[in-house]
Design a protein around this ligand. Structure first.
Ligand code: BGC
Ligand code: BGC
Length: 852
């Protein structure tokens, strides 16, 4: 569920919002504003830090074509080129009318709003949009085709039946750039088959704190490996630069993301605060960009994060002076999903600052219509210089020309579309299976339990044993990938299926038993377990302790006590603290998020004894594996402190080792503990919960220490005391703590309560409601999920810390259906109010707790 689905207030029309720059504001602001901020523009370039890249996309013929076309465009057409809308909010008819430059299908968007649509439905969809763009009335020839974009970040994984490759975290362990190139090429064929022109990949983030939920999109903590892979992936997707295959049929536009510093945020918070030196930014986080640009990357996506107090979408120095200046990038910069709305002074409906800073195409999924009108007005008024518009459009047209979109037929008539059959083809699946084999990292193999003899009796157990969904993780079929079943992966195989096939081929047997119970004692057990799928921000964590119900830990211990050889196969988007599991198993394999080809695991784990193994473990860690539940500390120069297994580590069948027991104390400092039920503490939302502010304008994710809602009805400032929320009294403003939908209906029966520790600084001027938001508006619709807390807050003495406890039963009694709660905390008022919230948690209610 995206922020759209969470959005509690209907989006109204665009309103002019004047916001005072975050930096000039208020004492409560935390350290990013205190860090030495580089000027956002006009700064002199630190040339010594940034490599000059000998390359140019320009050629005389293309430039002539682009210049001529540009000269014929109306201002409206130019602005249209600069805007990308999502299929969920833009009809082909809209496209005909507004002549936008690009269309995307976001994580949750699909033909007919059904993420389980057929590949043919995708091809029909891209074809309809393509034809709509061309049938619009143009004053010039040729008309300008759209480019259609999608997140094909591990194969064209939104399409049912596609080949799903391991996520980048696993590919890093393969240390094989040639393989990456072949994966890029296969992915491009599956993207192009559906008439899609552009993938929002590769992610070249260098994740430095794997509490970040997007760590699995990062190849490595090492900039060198990321740089190597960035070039290989771009070459695979687009075809080799300066060769006839470049953007030939069966290829797709790549985009490198997210520029810059996405993997360097404090605490690994998604979209957060990157407060590091320019030297580290350049040498660590920019490594992939120079390499990708050299390989012919034509699109760079700007990042949500800030660098030293300035959001990247507003960062003229990095987008324009460095990327387009020093690095000589002459393709275009695309914005991220409404990311411009987080810039002080902007809303998702208007943001001259992003365009002026250097964003050429704004991703405005649902906000495109107002953004189009407002941008047009801002150019006419002179707020945005026309020269900037011409520069942006020239870049977009250049990329379109170089990509061949002006000469390409509609999707259904393209030669590569005849290849919908190539989707999930045996050749592509073979590459994915090879990638799975090469990504596995063996951390322990006591007594040489592995490889398992295929003639033996093998038990395959654990939650992940037969779950292709867990193998694939996020950005699969839909955004978070958390609703998938094996039926969503025709042609794919689970790890169990792979092991069963390998054993059967040799005359042995493998039995599936998710809970590990068996009738006949097995010789060995493979226990597959790990993280449940997640994507952006919902995957962030306070610490690295692998949190589950410990069922598989008990299972490993029980099996071993019964004399069964145990092999743990761990599915995860990052290294996590699993010392007790490593200790409990005879062998431990980090399998990352291997994708749809589970057989690749069996290829390495199950092999005849005696003969030299056909496939040995060749994967080596591309991320340090932590000794405690706190992230490994990485120095810019490469040294790491706190690793149980260093980057580069990995056993194989030739290593004879006996592992020493690892310490079983996670050593989590109080500040990073995540007590069950905690929603907000220590001055920030408890990951994976997120804080949002909303008013009649829209809902905005709070990712810096200061964020106002679009109409400024409410503003949040985060400090060490907590979150100070200030309501202006102008219209209804709402603060929520939101996340993935949870079923709290039984908690209500179990006497749980929402507990809020707060201090009132200005008493309420109108009614204040404390409520919950649900997936279906079942809780709100009944009027049951909000309690009037006005009197409680009015009674508070100024600046006195108090705790408000609302038993969940109060909501239920009032008729609320708490089976799908996305925001367990939602505080709103239309009047004035100021308070500081220090802690929010779901706790056990005391017997005498009353409803407010
Ligand atoms: C979209 C994703 C997007 C996310 C951002 C989702 O609804 O489908 O593509 O990345 O929202 O919040
Ligand atoms: C993500 C991008 C993604 C885009 C479109 C954003 O929320 O940050 O990585 O490409 O959505 O889905």
């Amino acid at each position: 569920m995206g922020s759209r689905a969470l959005s509690p207030i209907r989006h109204g029309a665009a309103v002019v919002g004047i916001v005072i720059a975050a930096l000039l504001h208020r004492d409560g602001a935390i350290a990013e504003s205190a860090a030495p901020a580089r000027p956002a523009s006009g700064a002199s370039v630190h040339a010594d830090l940034w490599p000059e890249i000998p390359h140019s996309l320009k050629n005389p013929e293309t430039e002539r074509f682009v210049d001529q076309l540009l000269g014929e465009l109306t201002l409206e057409e130019k602005i249209g080129q600069m805007i990308q809308a999502d299929i969920a909010s833009l009809s082909p008819e809209d496209l005909r009318r507004y002549r936008l430059g690009s269309v995307l299908a976001g994580g949750g968007s699909a033909p007919g709003d059904d993420v389980r649509s057929t590949p043919q439905a995708w091809l029909d969809l891209t074809d309809v949009y393509y034809r709509a763009a061309l049938s619009a009335s143009h004053l010039h020839a040729p008309p300008i085709p759209i480019v259609f974009g999608i997140d094909a970040v591990h194969g064209n994984a939104k399409l049912i039946g596609a080949t799903i490759f391991p996520h980048n975290v696993g590919l890093g362990a393969a240390h094989d750039a040639e393989l990456i190139m072949r994966i890029g090429r296969a992915t491009a064929e599956e993207v192009a088959a559906a008439g899609i022109d552009w993938t929002f990949a590769p992610t070249v983030a260098v994740a430095r704190d794997v509490r970040w939920g997007r760590s699995y999109e990062s190849y490595s903590e090492s900039p060198e490996l990321v740089a190597q892979y960035a070039a290989a992936m771009v070459t695979g997707l687009q075809g080799a630069r300066d060769s006839p295959e470049f953007m030939a049929p069966g290829h797709t536009l790549a985009s490198v993301k997210h520029f810059l510093g996405d993997g360097g945020t404090r605490g690994g918070r998604d979209q957060g605060v990157t407060a590091i030196s320019e030297a580290d930014l350049a040498s660590i986080h920019a490594a992939g960009y120079a390499a990708a640009i050299k390989a012919g990357a034509m699109i760079v996506m700007a990042s949500y994060n800030s660098w030293n107090g300035v959001k990247m979408h507003a960062n003229h120095y990095l987008l324009t002076d460095i990327l387009k200046g020093r690095l000589g990038f002459d393709g275009f910069v695309v914005g991220d999903w409404n990311a411009h709305e987080q810039i002080p002074g902007c809303t998702k409906y208007r943001c001259p600052a992003a365009i002026v800073a250097g964003v050429d195409m704004l991703m405005a999924p649902d906000s495109w219509r107002e953004l189009y009108k407002n941008t047009l007005a801002e150019v006419r008024s002179g707020e945005i210089p026309r020269s900037r518009i011409d520069d942006a459009v020239r870049r977009i047209l250049r990329v379109k020309a170089l990509a061949g979109v002006f000469t390409r037929p509609p999707p259904k008539d393209r030669p590569d579309a005849a290849g919908l059959a190539r989707l999930g083809s045996p050749a592509h699946r073979a590459i994915a299976r090879e990638a799975v084999r090469k990504s596995l990292v063996l951390l322990k193999n006591d007594g040489a339990v592995l490889p398992l003899d295929p003639h033996s009796r093998i038990l395959v157990a654990g939650e992940g044993a037969d779950s292709i969904a867990m193998q694939c993780g996020g950005w699969t079929v839909d955004w978070q990938g958390d609703h998938n079943t094996n039926g969503d992966f025709p042609g794919g195989t689970s790890i169990y299926e792979g092991i069963r096939a390998a054993a059967a081929a040799a005359g042995g047997s493998a039995v599936l038993s998710r809970d590990g119970r068996f009738a006949e004692k097995p010789d060995a057990a493979i226990v597959v377990f790990g993280e449940h799928p997640y994507a952006e921000f919902q995957g962030d964590r306070e610490n690295l302790q692998f949190a589950d119900d410990a069922h598989e830990l008990e299972l490993l211990r029980r099996l071993r006590a019964e004399g069964v050889a145990t092999v743990a196969v761990f599915l995860s988007g990052r290294p996590l603290w699993v010392n007790p599991y490593i200790n409990a198993a005879d062998a431990f394999v980090a399998a990352w998020l291997p994708g749809s080809e589970g057989e690749g695991v069996a290829d390495v784990l199950v092999q005849p004894r005696g003969a030299p193994p056909h496939h040995d473990f060749t994967g080596r860690l591309a991320f340090s594996w932590p000794m405690t539940a706190m992230p490994v500390v990485l120095e810019p120069a490469g040294q790491a402190t706190g690793a149980a297994f260093a980057r580069g580590f990995g056993l194989d069948y030739r290593s004879a080792t006996r592992a020493a027991a690892l310490p079983e104390d996670p050593r989590i400092p109080a500040e990073w503990a995540a007590p069950r039920g905690s929603l907000f503490q220590h001055g920030h939302p408890t990951a994976p919960w997120s804080l949002f502010v909303a008013d009649e304008g829209a809902e905005v994710h709070v990712t810096t220490s200061l964020q106002a809602s679009p109409h400024r009805a409410v503003e949040i400032s985060l400090g060490s005391e907590g979150a100070r929320a200030t309501w202006a009294g102008s219209e209804e403003g709402l603060v929520t703590l939101s996340g993935r939908a949870r079923d709290l209906s039984s908690s209500a029966g179990d006497h749980e309560a929402l507990s809020v520790r707060y201090r009132v600084e200005e008493r309420p001027g109108a009614a204040v409601m404390l409520g919950m938001r649900c997936v279906v508006d079942a809780c709100a619709a009944a009027g049951g999920a909000a309690r009037d807390v006005t009197r409680v807050l009015q009674a508070a003495r100024p600046n006195e810390w108090r705790t408000l406890t609302v038993p969940l039963a109060c909501y239920r009694a009032a008729g609320a259906d708490l089976s799908g709660v996305v925001a367990p905390f939602a505080l709103s008022t239309a009047g004035r109010l100021r308070l500081v919230v220090a802690d929010v948690a779901l706790v056990r209610a005391s017997a005498d707790a009353k409803c407010p």
